[in-house]
Design a protein around this ligand. Sequence first.
Ligand code: KIV
Ligand code: ZN
Length: 399
Amino acid sequence: MAQDRILFFDTTLRDGEQSPGCSMTQQEKLSMAHALEDLGVDILEAGFAISSDGDFAAIQAVSKEIRAPRIASLARARTEDIERAAASLEHAERSRIHIFLASSDIHLEYKLKISREEALDLAAKSVTLARTYVDDVEFSPEDSTRTDIDFLCKIVSVAIEAGATTINMPDTVGYATPNEYAAMFRTVRERVPGGDKIIFSSHCHNDLGLAVANSLAAIEGGARQVECTINGIGERAGNAALEEIAAALSVRRDRFTVEHNLKLNHLYAASQQLAQVISFAPSPNKAIVGSNAFAHEAGIHQHGVLSNPLTYEIMTPASVGVPANRMVLGKHSGRHALRSRLKDLGYQLGASDLEAAYRAFTELADRKKAIYDQDLINLVAHHRRHEELISAEPISEAS
Ligand code: KIV
Ligand code: ZN
């Protein structure tokens, strides 16, 4: 039986770019768009056309150059936004207008200052207008997770009725827990007429550190599109990290029996490219792409990984495009790791030499946090000089 397919909707160039210090030039957006195309994302949200001339031009440039993913352009539920989004997508091979409109009472009352009835009217009119430009329209009731569930079902029904082909239910403020988020998808899918004909999508923010967990819960609740960003960049604490969702689906395919189009061995390259573009590397302990994600320092772990990587690694570094696992030598490291690193550096030490090198290494490791290759090269050179001195002593005594 054919498995369900999860569509990856990447919003690094739109929601990701909205995070402080992450703005990108048109050229930078284009280079990232190529990396995302190589990675195999299905939909690429290139910007918010009405927000600036620069964003409009960047969406246009991405639409001209990027062929495989569908290109999405964001718009509020306003005529001028939708017209601008449609114009920005003019050259796209396949395009999507993505309309968002707040649906929670707190947003309706304090941000938009409109009633629920007015919101329903705007949802219907904006989706209908967008459908006159493109046949693929996504509608997002912003702040879905803080929206009264009956009203959420109502506004989703209205959007579907007007022609929305994807319904995205964002956890805009990162408030939901996984069980709640999955339940929301189940309820809306069950209650809304026509829900079986469209794709439901998740869009999670990381304010409570739950963005990836919530995205996976949404999949369990029936979402078939996930919105996410490379390295999890995005507003405030960020969006759900694409590489973490993708790796989870792959490593736990026993639990998520779904397919997707991503080439996982391009994840690291996309992450590195983004880090270069925004001059902002993911933290060392960031899952999948952080510099410590495949590093092992403790001796017991290092010995295990050298015997069989599966002892402490649930995926191979190569499977996500990370060049090789990195043994960080420090005071918790053992002889196996030292011998292996020395071998990589071209030193084949016999048992007694290794023992001497190990003693010198542990002394050094007590003084330094991490031992680098140059330290080891110095250590071996020192040890060799010392050995020569010892063997020279008897000769000098004899002479
Ligand atoms: O977080 C959010 O609600 C958004 C919408 C525009 C989808 O980014
Ligand atoms: Zn968002």
